[in-house]
Structures are given as structure tokens and as C-alpha cells.
Design a protein around this ligand. Structure first.
Ligand SMILES: [Fe+2]
Ligand SMILES: [Fe+2]
Length: 297
């Protein structure tokens, strides 16, 4: 337990995160970086970037509500301490993506109405399944839903977005890489903490596997919606990047798919396969079996 205590202490968090990879950043990126002209000068791309950023905010607001709620449900001090650090991480993620929304031209007073209007309904349902467990004070289900399912999804989505924006939008890519480093810590906690609790409470497996399957269903529906709506703006972004020579020498390979040329269907497939693969591996490590969702109608 000593290792567990120091591994998830506030001291360790301070050293790794604010005094580590976030040192000298401003809202998660180097000072002075801005959204690229390709986005700010093209109305379709700017609107598409706003819609995408809203999904990140919706996901992070759910993580903030879940991690803060789980502080009180946690049965031990080390978990409370870790979840307190996670709460601040998630509040920071909400803040940096909200800042991006404002940088993209959304007025501060319109942030909440924009999120309400553009958040994908399937992503909202995904969040509701998790937040219901948190509201019930169900620590084991809450940690599996948050630190394995929600964050396993977020981790891969952020990696994909980072790979596509590394060369084209360093500001966004840098905010994503700091977020990915945070999510890696959160997922690690979920695996380390929850395996022993599942072994102590095998009777909880059925209910938790059902929650995972339900969340997976809403996640895949979200991916389908978001990718099918993004074809035109993706083509537009690629055209502008090619016109400006920004794709020369750009490396956009992710899990074997070249994101600079892939169709939206290929991107959706590589993302879904990667996330489901992560779920299977991580759930297996904590003694749960991945359960396929019912097939969307
Ligand atoms: Fe997050
Ligand atoms: Fe997180």
C-alpha cells in the first residue's frame, strides 16, 4: 500500500504534472501560439472545429462530474487523494477546451448554449449512464465507467486528434498531448485500484459489464455520427493544407492508418477498433470480460 500511496499522492502529481510537463504552458500550450489561419479564415472549418471542440468539452464535463463525485464514494484515503488530483485535471481539461472554443470565436456568454446545442445526443447518453452510477455512490462501477471506459475512449480520441493536428495546428496538438499524459495517469489508477475490488466483489461483475456494454453502444453511435458529419470539412482542411504545402513531410500515421489520406469510414474504423482493443485489454486486467453492445438498429 505504501507504493500505492506515494504513486497517487498529491506530491507525485505536483512533480509530474504542474511542475513537469505543464510547466511554462498557458492553457496547455506554449505562450503565443494561435489557431491557424486555415481554420480562422475558412467559415466551414471554423464551424466544424467548434463542433468538434464541443464534444471534447461535453466528455470532459462528464469526467469532472464523475471524478469529483467519486471522491466522496471512495472507500480509502489514497483513492480520495488521487481522485482529488484527477478532479483538478478534469477541470483543467474543461477549461482548456472551453478556451479553445472562445479562441475559435464563440463569445464567452454563448459557451453553455453552444455546448447544449452541439453536444452529440449519443455522447450525452454515454455520460448519463456513467453519472447515474456516480450519483448512486457506486465506487466500483463509477471507476470502471470513468477510468476504463470514458478515459480509454478519450485517450484514443485525443491521440488520433493529436496525430492529425501535430503538423497543422501545434496549439491544439500541445493542449492534447498534456491531456493525453493526464489521461494515461487516470487510466493507470483505474486498473491498479479496481482489480482487487472486483475480486472481492465478484457479484458486481454482471452489473458493471452491462454498464460497459451500454456505454460502448453510445460511444460507437457517437463515432458514427461525428465521422459521417465530418467528411466535407475534412476534405476542405486537406485541400487547404495541400495548397499551403503543409502536408509535405507531415507524419500522420496512427495505428497503421495514414490519417492524411484515409476516408472518414477508415478513420472511424481505426478509432473504434483501437478503443475496443483497449477496453478488452484493460477490462481483462481487472478481471472483467468485455461485452459487445447490442447492434445499432
Ligand atoms: Fe479529461
Ligand atoms: Fe481523465
Amino acid at each position: 500500500m505504501a507504493d500505492f500511496l506515494s504513486q497517487y499522492s498529491i506530491q507525485r502529481w505536483l512533480e509530474m504534472c504542474p511542475q513537469g510537463y505543464l510547466e511554462d504552458t498557458v492553457y496547455g500550450h506554449e505562450e503565443g501560439l494561435a489557431e491557424p489561419d486555415d481554420i480562422m479564415g475558412d467559415e466551414d472549418l471554423r464551424v466544424a472545429s467548434i463542433a468538434l471542440t464541443v464534444q471534447l468539452i461535453a466528455g470532459e464535463r462528464c469526467a469532472l462530474a464523475a471524478s469529483s463525485g467519486l471522491v466522496n464514494a471512495a472507500p480509502d484515503d489514497a483513492s480520495k487523494t488521487f481522485l482529488a488530483t484527477q478532479t483538478l485535471d478534469e477541470a483543467r481539461h474543461v477549461e482548456i477546451f472551453t478556451k479553445r472554443l472562445v479562441d475559435l470565436g464563440v463569445r464567452k456568454e454563448d459557451v453553455n448554449s453552444t455546448v447544449d446545442e452541439l453536444a452529440n445526443p449519443n455522447l450525452v447518453k454515454f455520460a448519463e449512464v456513467l453519472l447515474e452510477k456516480v450519483a448512486d455512490g457506486d465506487f466500483i462501477a463509477g471507476v470502471v465507467g470513468q477510468n476504463i471506459v470514458l478515459e480509454g475512449m478519450a485517450f484514443s480520441v485525443f491521440e488520433l486528434l493529436e496525430a492529425t493536428s501535430k503538423d497543422l495546428n501545434p496549439k491544439f496538438a500541445q493542449t492534447l498531448s498534456g491531456t493525453i499524459a493526464d489521461e494515461r495517469r487516470h487510466v493507470g489508477f483505474g486498473e491498479n485500484r479496481i482489480g482487487s475490488l472486483i475480486r472481492e466483489h465478484p457479484e458486481r461483475r454482471e452489473d458493471i459489464e452491462r454498464m460497459q456494454s451500454e456505454m460502448t453502444y453510445h460511444m460507437l453511435a457517437t463515432f458514427a455520427d461525428v465521422f459521417s458529419a465530418s467528411g466535407d470539412s475534412m476534405d476542405r482542411g486537406r485541400q487547404l493544407a495541400a495548397d499551403h504545402g503543409e502536408l509535405d513531410g507531415a507524419d500522420m500515421k496512427w495505428h497503421g492508418t495514414d490519417l492524411a489520406t484515409a476516408s472518414t469510414e477508415d478513420m472511424e474504423a481505426v478509432l473504434a477498433n483501437t478503443v475496443l482493443g483497449e477496453f478488452k485489454t484493460r477490462l481483462g486486467r481487472i478481471g472483467l470480460e468485455y461485452r459487445s453492445p447490442k447492434v445499432p438498429a
